[in-house]
Design a protein around this ligand. Sequence first.
Ligand code: ADP
Length: 250
Amino acid sequence: DTTHGAILYLEEITVSFDGFKAINKLTLDISVGELRCIIGPNGAGKTTMMDVITGKTRPSSGTAFFGQTMDLTRMTEYDIAHAGIGRKFQRPTVFEQHTVFENLELAMKMDKRVKTTLFARLNSEQKGKIDAILKLIRLNGQEARLAGLLSHGQKQWLEIGMLLIQEPQLILLDEPVAGMSDAETARTAELLNELRGKHSIMVVEHDMGFVTEIAQQGKVTVLHEGSVLAQGTMQEVQADERVIEVYLGR
Ligand code: ADP
C-alpha cells in the first residue's frame, strides 16, 4: 500500500516557477478523519501546495495520491473537485442575493451525485440534511436571511456549510478565520473541533491562537521554503528551534 491508508499522500512534490522552487520535495500525508493545521511564514508554499492538491497547479515532479488510487497530478481541476476534494478560499463567496437556506439548497443541487434539478422541490431527507448543517454552522433561525446581510464570519460558516453539504472526502480551508472577530474565531474553532473525526480537513491558518484551539488533539505541519520544516503537536512545533528561528528570524 503506497498511500499508507491516508486520504491524501503527497510524495516528493516539487513545483518550479521559472526555476524557483515554490515547493521543494514536499512529502506529507493526511489520515482519514484528521484535522491537520498547516502553518508557515509567508511564501512558505502553503497556497501552492493547495493548488497542487486541487489540480490548479501541476508539479514538476512528485506524486499526489487521493485515496488509494487517484493520482491528482494526472487529473483535471474539475475531476478532482468531483472526486471529492472541496476547497474554501479565504474570501467568502456566497450567493448574496439568496437566503441562507437557498445557498445551502443550491450547493446541494450543484452536487453532481444528487439526482435533482435546480427547480425541483426538496424532499424531506434533503430538508433534514440542510437543517442539520444549519445547526452545525450556527445559522439555524437565520435561514430566511439574505446571505448578503450576514456578518463576515457568518458568511464564512455558510460557505463551510455549502462545502459540507456536498460531503467531500477532503476539505481544504484557506485561512478560515481571517477578518473574523474574536467571538467568531472562537466559534469557528468549536465548529472545526466538532468536525474532527467525521471529515478529513486541512486548514491553512496564520492565527496562532486559533491554531492552538483546533490543534489540541491533532498534528501541526510547519512549511518553510516549500518543504516540511517540523511536524507534531502544537507544543512540539512551538518548542522546535528551527521553527522559532524561522518565525522570529533569529
Ligand atoms: P504561502 O501561501 O505559504 O504564502 P505561496 O505558495 O503563495 O506561499 O508562495 C510560495 C512561493 O512561490 C513564494 O515565494 C511566491 O512568491 C512563489 N510563487 C507562488 N506562485 C507563483 C507564480 N505563479 N509564479 C512565480 N512565483 C510564484
